[in-house]
Ligand binder design. Structure first.
Ligand SMILES: *Cc1c(COP(=O)(O)O)cnc(C)c1O
Length: 394
């Protein structure tokens, strides 16, 4: 068996995703919240071995593009467990996914496009609609959104299409929520919305996709994990109401919760220098390997502090990642960690206390399993590309 440390030294800069940890996180959700069907939001980490690991645990797929629908099929997800929800689907997109998933319409013109396409195919299909509801995550009124159709407009529009039946709704307002009560209220509001919509002609609710929101802890010194048992309790109560009402399937989506902590980014220290008293560690593929820490530093540079409000998925909080140097302890120094690009933005940590690292050492950056590799400008400056691996412990 290959030694993990040796493997990392050989392949850095690279992402390593730990299969065991992914499975553990999947089961934390599946075991504690048995009331729903879970979809994996592929955009969090589309690396096929990672996707396969998650779906092998019993997740369906939340696909945000044609290629994610095709990836989900490739990973073995059956078509009735793939939901395709994204704004701006073209006729070409519709054609490519036809018969391969449940399509969630994102606008009124998309409903018409879908109806026309189905008519040309001489088929009758069930679809979902993404709704921008008359409530937000913690308030009781609507806010404008580039996603979905306003609830108010839905109730003013004729939804009878000859070749379409609306059988589900999809609502998604926010990511990275650690307040279970807030999520519980939100699920309740979504359920009531589904009940209202079920009364419209052209609509027969069979599934409610409550979207994402399940947060994960990035900094254990400041955050408490989401109380999954509270989420479960809220959904249990809705299940009871559903049992003698809509009898709809309940769906939750999540990306980061299952993969974020399972991934670490490893890169090599290739130089060190001191400028005007400041120590710099220069690593390979910093912002072009893992963008998120660089965005945090950029925001701080422009606002004076790390912003408290997340800008998902580019930025979560100031201490969203931890940095380590493999095999080094003690002998701390304060450093800036920068990359090998010709731009002063290529900084992933400033004034960080770290054990002294030497040229050739490996720097590890935690919480790199979601919105890591696929969100980074890998092609910038024609550097070599950071690789990705699924690490299996046997
Ligand atoms: C991105 C996304 C998710 C996943 O968000 P996470 O915070 O990674 O769990 C879920 N639903 C929708 C609609 C999304 O766009």
């Amino acid at each position: 068996m290959v030694d993990k440390q040796e493997f990392i030294f050989q392949h850095a800069p690279c992402y390593l995703y730990e299969e065991n940890l992914i499975k553990e996180r999947c089961h934390a959700l599946l075991d504690k919240i048995p009331e729903v069907e879970f979809l994996y939001s592929i955009k969090a980490n589309p690396f096929l071995p990672v996707l396969k690991t998650v779906v092998s645990q019993g997740f369906g797929a939340d696909a945000a593009s044609v290629n994610e629908v095709l990836l989900a099929r490739k990973a073995g997800v059956s078509k009735d467990r793939i939901y395709y929800s994204a704004p701006g689907k073209t006729v070409q997109d519709i054609k490519k996914v036809w018969g391969k998933c449940t399509i969630i319409a994102d606008s009124f013109s998309e409903l018409e496009r879908l109806n026309r396409y189905a008519e040309n195919q001489n088929e009758y299909i069930n679809i979902g609609v993404r709704v921008n509801p008359n409530f937000s995550m913690n308030r009781e009124f609507a806010t404008s959104s580039q996603f979905g159709m306003d609830e108010e407009q839905i109730f003013e529009t004729d939804l009878c299409f000859l070749h379409l039946k609306i059988t589900g709704i999809h609502v998604h307002l926010r990511s990275q929520i650690l307040d279970a009560d807030m999520l519980g209220r939100y699920y309740h509001n979504c359920y009531r919305l589904a009940e209202r919509m079920n009364k419209l002609s052209g609509v027969e609710i069979q599934f409610i996709n409550f979207g994402g929101g399940i947060g994960t802890v990035y900094d254990a010194t400041k955050e408490t994990p989401l109380a999954l048992e509270k989420i479960s309790y809220a959904l249990k109560r809705l299940r009871a109401r559903n049992g003698c009402g809509l009898r709809a399937k309940f769906i939750l989506e999540t990306g980061r919760f299952v993969v974020c902590h399972a991934g670490t980014y490893y890169t090599r220290i290739v130089d060190r220098k001191i400028s005007c008293g400041k120590t710099y560690l220069i690593v390979q593929n910093a912002m072009n390997g893992f963008l998120r820490p660089a965005i945090a530093e950029l925001l701080k540079e422009n606002t004076g502090t790390f912003p408290l409000k997340g800008q998902e998925p580019l930025y979560t909080s100031g201490s969203q990642c931890e940095f380590f140097i493999l095999g080094r302890k003690g002998n701390d120094e304060t450093v800036d960690i920068v990359g090998n690009l010709c731009t002063a933005l290529d900084v992933i940590a400033k004034d960080l206390m770290l054990p002294r690292g030497e040229i050739g050492d490996i720097l590890a950056v935690s919480n790199a399993g979601s919105y890591g590799c696929s969100l980074s400008p890998l092609l910038f400056s024609s550097q070599m590309r950071s690789k990705e691996f699924l690490w299996k412990e046997n």
